[in-house]
Design a protein around this ligand. Structure first.
Ligand code: SAM
Length: 237
């Protein structure tokens, strides 16, 4: 379905090398994504070349910008159809990946796809703000990632509680994040984080992308994350 040499070159342009096994998995992933998309609304992107750029390469851009240690524990919050978490697992099978989403149907799709791709990932059907208060998940991860889930202040409350002190939260955003960042800085500090770096990159035909790299420097205070209704009514910041 996808042009494997195109995806290989695209990834290489980001400094990410994909072997044949990874390319075969990405090809199968694209097919399964399109099959499932006929039954469940997962993505508006169904053109194979666009899937390569806007889903696969965009997810892999994390690896281009941030060094993720071997065997790191990573949680992808609001993973949807697996972006960026499942794509990262394909490129880096050493990573211990948890895919979290509050929508059961999406987890069902990910269960099918990960089994067919023979990828060992943990699937977690929970709201981020519930899992973040639960001992098996709180401050257990080296890396948390999120793409297209919420604004940065809310997203930081969802994601920073999962990260160990010394670990990182990587928020994937499109261009123009300065305002969002300014509005979330106080919240990030309250949650034990600090903005380490703002990475920008040009994603082929899709335009500019930003990856905000937040470092966890102290434990998240116990009240956070707060229940959903509180986060919605009284966003931090
Ligand atoms: N990250 C994927 C991507 O970029 O393609 C999916 C993005 S989709 C727009 C947002 C996803 O976040 C949905 O699958 C939704 O169910 C999930 N989500 C939103 N709020 C959530 C929460 N509080 N806890 C867990 N998942 C959440």
């Amino acid at each position: 379905m996808i042009d494997r040499s195109y995806l290989k070159a695209l990834a290489a342009s980001l400094g990410v090398s994909l072997d044949d096994r990874a390319l075969e998995r990405f090809d199968r992933y694209a097919r399964l994504l399109c099959d499932w998309n006929e039954k469940i609304n997962l993505t508006a992107i169904t053109d194979p070349q666009e899937i390569c750029v806007k889903h696969f390469a965009d997810s892999l851009s994390v690896l281009a910008k941030v060094e993720i240690p071997q065997d790191a524990k990573l949680i992808d919050v609001g993973t949807g159809a697996g972006f960026p978490g499942l794509a990262l697992k394909i490129a880096r099978p050493d990573l211990r990946v948890t895919l979290l989403d509050s929508t059961k149907k999406k987890l069902m799709v990910l269960d099918d796809i990960s089994q067919k791709l023979e990828l060992d990932v943990e699937l977690l059907h929970k709201r981020a703000e519930e899992a973040g208060q639960s001992r098996p998940y709180r401050e257990q991860y080296d890396i948390a990632t999120a793409r297209a889930v919420a604004n940065l202040a809310v997203l930081s409350e969802y994601c920073l509680p999962f990260v160990k002190v010394g670990g990182r939260f990587l928020a994937m955003k499109s261009a123009k994040t300065q305002e969002e960042l300014a509005g979330a800085k106080k919240a990030i500090g309250q949650l034990g984080g600090r903005v380490e770096k703002v990475h920008t990159l040009q994603l082929e035909t899709a335009g500019e992308r930003t990856i905000l790299e937040l470092k966890k420097q102290s434990p998240t205070p116990a009240p956070y994350p707060r229940p959903s209704a509180k986060i919605a009514r009284f966003p931090l910041g």
